[in-house]
Design a protein around this ligand. Structure first.
Ligand code: GLC
Length: 445
């Protein structure tokens, strides 16, 4: 069966160069012998439309989404154009803001980071008018996160939590345990890295994570700060809390990793750069999201069967903290085909598709019912062992800061990046950040 999914980048869409190519391929004559060629007089269903979707681009996100939309195309007779997007959540947000701000109808369905509903919610349709209560099957906290001014602006699609990946074989070789504190992680990473380098692997690293100045660093650094008992940058009551001794100690420790257990190149790592180093066998530990599990376990992966996933370490006296991440799907209010777009969203976020995605690519479902599904658990043994990690995730301060969240987050990631890059001390950087955040807040959030 021929698929009509075509690719076209969001950036190109902005330059309006994509539509033409799409139209051309859509009008191409069917190949000889194809179903359409043998039944030329069969018109497409009267209501058949083309929906453009922006899926993600990290790891297997694009491919897994493509398989889902192809199934929906088959089921409904509609066509889907897959719009490729940047890998960085921050860059994706900028592109979505540009498109939606211009009132463009080029993209009908947007994938929406959990921290965006407060920023983009006014551009999305209320899905309640189409959902027939489907949202009630999802985790209530995720649905609540997507309610803006009484409207359900996004349907939960998958949920993320930061995890510690480790090399089981190397911990065994050096008689070390999975670290539960940052002090242990620092020491174990150093010991194994030094040992492996001495044994000939000059590329071996101790710990890799997302150190680039973007949303991913906000996620990682929030985990460090929260696990030291240093709060969540801005507290749920709106108080700016980041300039405190525990937060300073956390960021100082992260700064000390740079150039020792973490390569300075990590200053430019997103999720995939960290995964590439780890999966090629060149890191003892990695902080990443669940999707990295499926790829590490892939038949072609050099570390297949050598990897474990655990809760992230904590400070002595602190508690392990995993940032809550994840993605939703929303329908643009500029869509020319809102009903079909909403149908696609409900299909992609529904139980069959979420189950398929969990098994194929370790995307954590947003439907509690799938957490007792045998097939899902068999493909992802850590779903059960890390259930507490998923229950206790730390949200970024996006609800309280609303439309200003991205300004808050970028001030935070830049302040942390300056410490990792050894341009500023943690004490100075967080003091400055606090002043910046007060300015961003103004009289109120
Ligand atoms: C993952 C998370 C998302 C987060 C992003 C940061 O995609 O699901 O919530 O913002 O990583 O890089």
């Amino acid at each position: 069966m021929k698929t009509f999914a075509a690719m076209c980048s969001l950036a190109i869409l902005l330059a309006a160069g994509c539509r033409k190519a799409e139209d051309k391929s859509a009008n191409q004559k069917p190949a000889e012998g194809s179903a359409q060629a043998t039944t030329p007089s069969t018109p497409p269903p009267a209501e058949s439309v083309e929906i453009a979707v922006s899926c993600g681009a990290v790891g297997q996100e694009f491919e897994t989404c493509k398989q889902g939309v192809e199934a929906w195309e088959k089921k409904t007779g509609n066509k889907v154009k897959l719009v490729s997007s940047p890998t960085s959540s921050s860059e994706k947000l900028a592109v979505a803001q540009q498109l939606l701000g211009a009132g463009a109808s080029d993209v009908d369905v947007f994938s929406v980071d959990v921290v965006w509903p407060g920023i983009l919610g006014s551009f999305f349709l209320d899905l309640k008018q189409y959902s027939k209560g489907a949202e009630n099957e999802h985790f209530p906290a995720l649905v609540a996160n997507n309610m803006i001014d009484g409207k359900l602006v996004a349907m939960p699609w998958f949920v993320d939590a930061g995890l510690l990946y480790y090399r089981k074989d190397l911990l065994d070789k050096y008689s070390e345990q999975v670290p539960t504190t940052w002090t242990q992680l620092t020491a174990t990473a150093k010991k194994i890295m030094d040992g492996e380098r001495k044994a000939g692997n000059k590329d071996m690293q101790g710990f890799v994570f997302q150190g680039k100045a973007y949303e991913g660093l906000t996620c990682d650094a929030l985990e460090w700060v929260a696990s030291f008992g240093g709060g969540t940058i801005v507290e749920p009551d709106g108080k700016i809390s980041i300039n405190n001794p525990q937060a300073i100690a956390a960021i100082e420790l992260a700064g000390s990793w740079m150039g020792t257990i973490t390569p300075t190149g990590a200053l430019n790592y997103e999720e995939e750069e960290a995964r590439t180093v780890f999966q090629s066998g060149n890191a003892v530990f990695m902080r990443n999201w669940p999707y990295a599990w499926a790829l590490a376990q892939d038949a072609a992966s050099p570390v297949k069967d050598k990897v474990g996933a655990a809760a992230l370490p904590k400070a002595e006296g602190g508690r392990s903290a995993a940032t809550l991440g994840g993605w939703n799907l929303s329908v643009s209010k500029f869509s020319k085909h809102p009903a079909q777009a909403a149908d696609l969203v409900l299909y992609l976020t529904g139980p069959a598709e979420q189950k398929r995605r969990a098994i194929a690519a370790a995307f954590h479902p947003t439907l509690p019912s799938l957490y007792s599904d045998k097939d899902v658990l068999a493909a992802n043994p850590f779903f059960a062992s890390l259930a507490d990690t998923f229950k206790g995730t730390v949200p970024r301060p996006s609800t309280v800061t609303g439309e200003k969240y991205n300004q808050v987050s970028s001030a935070f990631w830049n302040a942390v990046h300056a410490v990792l890059a050894k341009q500023k001390s943690a004490k100075d950087s967080l003091a400055e950040l606090s002043t910046n955040l007060e300015r961003i807040k103004g009289p109120k959030w």
